[in-house]
Ligand binder design. Structure first.
Ligand SMILES: C[S@@+](CC[C@H](N)C(=O)[O-])C[C@H]1O[C@@H](n2cnc3c(N)ncnc32)[C@H](O)[C@@H]1O
Length: 211
């Protein structure tokens, strides 16, 4: 199920800020050279992440799932002057491209890029985060969420991508991935430590505020 018609997507994209040249180039290069380019957040969701980050004005951000660095740069737009964004990805094959993209941005000095399995790297991070974006292997969303709860400041925000899973969470019979996502959504909806809502943006963004 596509949550939005192509017409509505065009309307939304044409009524928000344009991507800068670097983000446009990353999108294009990703589509030309990297498998599964639809994983990239893209123009509209990128502007949503940028806007949320600017509203929060975080000092510390963590992104799980760097991919080609598109969302990292969108989130970095909201950082405080002395702010830092950590971003983690397991795919070392993208390292050169990602580092190159970061170097071309004004945020290079604010980005700490970790290569490896997020579930091993998160416990080693000696930071407390204002904003977290979880957008990696969906089967580990629950693991990342639990590992991170003590590393998010009270009032801090977690954003989880793809929680509507193309609308499959509404189906009567779930495949394996939908079961995982649906269980995660149910767990969050009952977690007394947080306030939450799902924004029906692209594939669904769970926005979660730690009390
Ligand atoms: C959906 S893409 C991220 C897209 C990116 N956040 C964006 O919006 O442009 C998911 C990424 O998660 C990474 N990933 C998958 N499993 C991981 C793991 N266990 N630890 C860290 N990264 C992982 C993949 O290599 C992939 O690059």
């Amino acid at each position: 199920m596509d949550l939005f018609s192509e017409e509505l997507k065009d309307y939304l994209a044409s009524h928000c800020d344009a991507e800068n040249d670097l983000l446009k180039a990353i999108d294009r290069e990703t589509h030309l050279k990297v498998p599964m380019p639809r994983m990239l957040s893209g123009h509209y969701q990128g502007r949503v992440l940028s806007m949320l980050s600017k509203m929060i004005n975080p000092k510390t951000i963590l992104e799980i799932g760097t991919y080609t660095g598109y969302a990292t740069l969108c989130l970095a737009e909201g950082l405080t002057d002395n702010g830092i964004i950590h971003t983690i990805d397991i795919n070392a094959e993208l390292e050169d491209m990602v580092r190159n993209n970061f170097r071309k941005s004004p945020f290079n000095d604010k980005i700490i890029y970790h290569l490896g399995d997020a579930s091993k790297i998160i416990p080693e991070l000696n930071e407390v985060f204002d904003l977290v974006f979880i957008d990696a292997d969906k089967k580990n969303n629950g693991t990342y969420y639990q590992l991170l709860m003590d590393k998010v400041k009270p009032g801090g925000i977690l954003i989880i991508d793809n929680v509507l899973w193309s609308g499959k969470v509404l189906e009567e019979k779930f495949d394996q991935n939908t079961t995982i996502i649906s269980k995660f959504n149910l767990m969050v909806s009952k977690d007394a430590r947080v306030e939450r809502l799902i924004l029906p943006i692209r594939d669904g963004l769970f926005v979660i505020r730690k009390k």
